[in-house]
Design a protein around this ligand. Structure first.
Ligand code: SIN
Ligand code: FE
Length: 291
C-alpha cells in the first residue's frame, strides 16, 4: 500500500458515499497518511498577525488549546482570546472532517489538545529522545493509553510558500519486528512504581512500555535513521493531512506555522482492529499487552 494517499476533498464537511469512506478507513488504519492538498485552513484577515513566533511564551514548544484554556502563548487578554478563537475554529473543522471521512469515528471524536506551532519545525537544541526530526512513532511517557489510538490532523498555514517537510518511514510491523528483540520486558512492580512516583498518571501497560521503547530504539539508531526505507513528503501550504501518529513512522524535517489536532480513539471505534499497533505487537510477542 502507498504510504501517502491523496484525497480530492476541498471542504471540511464533505458528503461522501460509503465506498469512499470505507476506502479512506482502510488506507488510514493500514498506516497511510491521508493528504488533502485542496483543503486549506483559511485564516481571517485579523488572524494573519498570529503567523509570528513572538506569540509563543518562550517556554512551551507549542501553543495549545485544551477546552477553552490556551497555554504556551503570550499577549493581551484580547489577543489571546482571538488566538484561542482561531485555534478553536481549527479544532471544530478537524472534528467535522474526521467525522465525515470516517463516520464510525464520529461518536468518539472527543477533542483532545489542539496545537498551533509558530516555531520552525527544526533548529532548536533538543535531546535525541525529543528530536522529532528522527523517524519515530508517538508515545507519551506520562500518559499510558493501553492501546487506545492517537489520530492527528495537521494543516500547513505557512504564508511564505514553505512546505512542511516530513520523512515517512517503513510500515509499523516491519519497524516493530526489527526492534522488539532488543527490548526488555516490563519488570514485576514497575507499573505500580511509576504510578507511585507520579511518572505516569495511570498504570503503564506492557503496550505502553513497548511503544515507548520502540520510540526510543528507533530514534537512537542512527544507521536505522539513515538507511531504513523512507520517503520525503512535502506538505505545501494549504494542505491538510491526517495520520495515526502511533503507527506511521514520521519525522519533521522543516517548515513553520502549522495547526494540529489530536484525537484519542478507543479500539472499539476502529474499522479493523487487527491493523492497530496493539494487535500487531500482540501478534509479534504472542501475549496480551493491555489486559
Ligand atoms: C511530530 O509529530 O513528530 C512532529 C510533526 C511536525 O512538527 O510536523
Ligand atoms: Fe511525532
Amino acid at each position: 500500500m502507498d504510504s501517502v494517499v491523496r484525497l480530492p476533498v476541498d471542504t471540511w464537511s464533505p458528503a461522501l458515499d460509503a465506498d469512499a469512506t470505507a476506502a479512506y478507513a482502510r488506507a488510514l488504519e493500514g498506516g497511510a497518511v491521508l493528504e488533502l492538498p485542496q483543503l486549506p485552513f483559511v485564516l481571517a484577515a485579523g488572524e494573519q498577525r498570529f503567523l509570528d513566533p513572538r506569540w509563543s511564551d518562550g517556554h512551551a514548544k507549542n501553543i495549545s488549546l485544551e477546552g477553552s484554556r490556551i497555554k504556551g502563548a503570550r499577549g493581551t487578554p484580547d489577543e489571546l482570546a482571538a488566538l484561542a478563537a482561531m485555534i478553536g475554529r481549527f479544532a471544530a473543522d478537524a472534528k467535522a472532517l474526521v467525522s465525515a471521512l470516517l463516520p464510525r469515528y464520529a461518536p468518539y471524536v472527543a477533542q483532545a489538545r489542539t496545537s498551533f506551532r509558530p516555531q520552525p519545525a527544526t533548529g532548536r537544541p533538543v535531546s535525541w529522545r525529543k528530536d522529532d526530526a528522527r523517524l519515530h512513532v508517538d508515545a507519551f511517557p506520562s500518559r499510558p493509553n493501553r492501546g487506545e489510538r492517537i489520530l492527528r490532523v495537521f494543516s500547513n498555514v505557512n504564508p511564505h510558500g514553505q512546505p512542511r517537510v516530513w520523512r515517512v518511514g517503513e510500515p509499523f510491523e516491519a519497524m516493530a519486528a526489527r526492534f522488539l528483540p532488543k527490548i526488555r520486558r516490563m519488570r514485576p512492580g514497575e507499573a505500580a512504581l511509576l504510578r507511585a512516583l507520579f511518572v505516569t498518571k495511570s498504570p503503564r501497560s506492557e503496550y505502553d512500555h513497548l511503544m515507548l521503547r520502540l520510540h526510543d530504539e528507533a530514534k537512537a539508531d542512527l544507521e536505522y535513521q539513515r538507511n531504513s526505507p523512507q520517503a520525503e513528503v512535502r506538505f505545501t501550504p494549504g494542505t491538510t493531512w491526517i495520520c495515526y501518529s502511533d503507527q506511521v513512522m514520521h519525522a519533521a524535517m522543516g517548515g513553520q506555522y502549522m495547526l494540529e489536532q489530536t484525537i484519542h480513539l478507543p479500539l472499539t471505534a476502529l474499522y479493523d482492529r487487527a491493523s492497530a499497533p496493539l494487535a500487531i505487537l500482540e501478534r509479534l510477542t504472542g501475549r496480551a499487552l493491555a489486559a
